[in-house]
Write a protein that binds this ligand. Sequence first.
Ligand SMILES: Nc1nc2c(c(=O)[nH]1)N[C@H]1C(S)=C(S)[C@@H](COP(=O)(O)OP(=O)(O)OC[C@H]3O[C@@H](n4cnc5c(N)ncnc54)[C@H](O)[C@@H]3O)O[C@H]1N2
Ligand code: MOO
Ligand SMILES: [Mg+2]
Length: 417
Amino acid sequence: MSRFRFQRTTIQVEEAQRAILEHIRLQRTEWVDLEDSFGRRLAAPVAADHPVPHFRRSGVDGYAVRCADTAAASPERPAVLEVVECVTSGTLPLRRVGPGQAARIMTGAVVPEGADAVVMLEMTAPAEREGAVCIRRRMADGDNITAIGQETPCGDILLMPGRIIEAGEAAILAAFGYARVPVYCKPRVAICSTGSELLAVGSPLEPGKIRNSNGYMLAAQVRAAGGEPVIMPALPDEPELVEKELLALMDRFDCVVTSGGVSVGDKDVMASVFERWEGRLLFNKVAMRPGSPTSAGVWQGKLLFALSGNPGACFVGFELFARPFLRGLLGHPSPLPKEAKASLVADYSKGSAYPRYVRGKLETTDDGKLQAKPAGADKSSIMVSIKDAECLILIPAGGRGAAAGQLVCVLLLQETK
Ligand SMILES: Nc1nc2c(c(=O)[nH]1)N[C@H]1C(S)=C(S)[C@@H](COP(=O)(O)OP(=O)(O)OC[C@H]3O[C@@H](n4cnc5c(N)ncnc54)[C@H](O)[C@@H]3O)O[C@H]1N2
Ligand code: MOO
Ligand SMILES: [Mg+2]
């Protein structure tokens, strides 16, 4: 007889992910200093409100010339031009370059009116005549000049909301004068480990007890996904207490992630909470290994992710469900894990009735092919190999596992744009 008021109905991973993504509501936004915005996600589009460059810019140190004056120039018969001024970066030219004239100019400086090319210094030589320069090659219209708006015309949308701010985005924001940047507020995520066997990290080991490693692993995962984790003290396996605590946390936080107690053990406290509470269960069994008892529910619009206690299953459950949700809150344009195809380096002979998400390492061969290989022992209860996971290798359901050389789907674990 099932202990459950509701029979557990197994749903596919994709179906469970859809159920989660339906509850995404964008976070509130805040303005932060540009230098504090790195790693955050933009909350508004950034459009070019001026062209880049906004003046005709010299790409080299040399001489601004009229290319017609260089039409017959060669190393043997250089064109000799009168130098009318020197334009350094940040200053404006005072003179127009007329026929037979040139202006000394530096990289990044404004090309004077009248000039239509810049000759590299190396292609010039001092002239015998004081105040003149020899141009030793023929120039074409526009050589070494970046036209106004050539990099970006005015009005182009350069960054969309949801974009993570990294080096290139920071450069754009700075160039367009964003001393303060609108970003989505970090979702505050309460992390609550359940289990009467759990000791605080600073406690000495005791017989039959273990330290709470999932809480810290999940906190690191929350932070990598752009959230603000708050690690709560672990809760003992007492359903009333856990339910009371969780509802209080759901009131205060944007979402709550628990670990442990989702299976069918006598003390599996989360299963009892889902039987008793007034929230709505989204799922409590997913066709996946590890983490088939992974559960999730909604209470007053807030999500509760109840992940397995087994560290491997806890890690995978977070990556497949909680991380996409957090990314979604932050406006990520495609919150589900990014997929790639890789060839499996060795046989993975363990078959399973459910698709299996195996911790994997990635390598690129000399001829550019992506290869995936399992990152050490992969049992759900094994914690120490999680550190080596760069991806999750998806081994399709079926009795035989997958053979070396087979092309498999891998889910990439690093944060994406
Ligand atoms: N009779 C059955 N037993 C189990 C089944 C099943 O279908 N029938 N499913 C197995 C599977 S699959 C999984 S996954 C686990 C799920 O376990 P729970 O989510 O109920 O987690 P716990 O029972 O609380 O703990 C499991 C394991 O993980 C350790 N743990 C728990 N919390 C932490 C933590 N914060 N840090 C480190 N380690 C933690 C705990 O001590 C246990 O060893 O159930 C199987 N059983
Ligand atoms: O679903 Mo469990 O994580 O396989 O041990
Ligand atoms: Mg259990």
